[in-house]
Design a protein around this ligand. Sequence first.
Ligand SMILES: [Zn+2]
Length: 236
Amino acid sequence: MEQELGTLFEAQKIESMIMENEQKLLQAPIKLKTMEEEMSMVRQKIEKEKEIIEELDKERRKKEKELETDKEKIKKLEVKLYDVKTNKEYQALLKEIEAAKETNDRTEEDVLVLMDKIEDLRKDNEASTEQLKKREKESEVEKIEIEKEIQSMDEIITRLTTERDNLLSVVSDNLRNIYGILRERRGGVAVTNVKNGVCMGCHMNIPPQLFIEVTKNKKLIQCPSCNRILFFREND
Ligand SMILES: [Zn+2]
């Protein structure tokens, strides 16, 4: 019995390693997804910025056209100055020209402000695009790394599973069944060590008399609290 219990204990250790690797395996796709989502957010931001730049540029072109039309208008008004007959008309026309020029100045100012803004935004946008490209390159490398990790974890799990099954194959059907049931019901931990009279599976105290029995490893003893198979190994 002692040997069988020892074998189960070893099988359990391997079981725990399998679970660790399975956990890591679950994390890998999450890492990949998070990476993709982060980049996708940056991409969207860059696209949005481009749209804003395009809008502002449209606005700038519109204003420049306005400017041209207004300049034409001023020229025509100035030509008209030679044709006016009365001083009153002349003054009125001058006023009109003055007003048109003021409008023109404001439009010109608007165009300059827009150009500045567009330039700043373009610079930012280019920098973000550069950064994204860099990130995409890095993530390609990371992706390959993660895929390699996944593959190696798969291999490790396969190897460990074979090792565990080999160990389980040499214990009695009864023990193997109990082990299997407990593994299902107790989060993958069917066999547990006992330290200082405490079950390391559920951390409950074991009655002293029972603990003495457990330390002998002579028979199948299950924890009164969590039902796990108890095994005693001092330095483990
Ligand atoms: Zn317990």
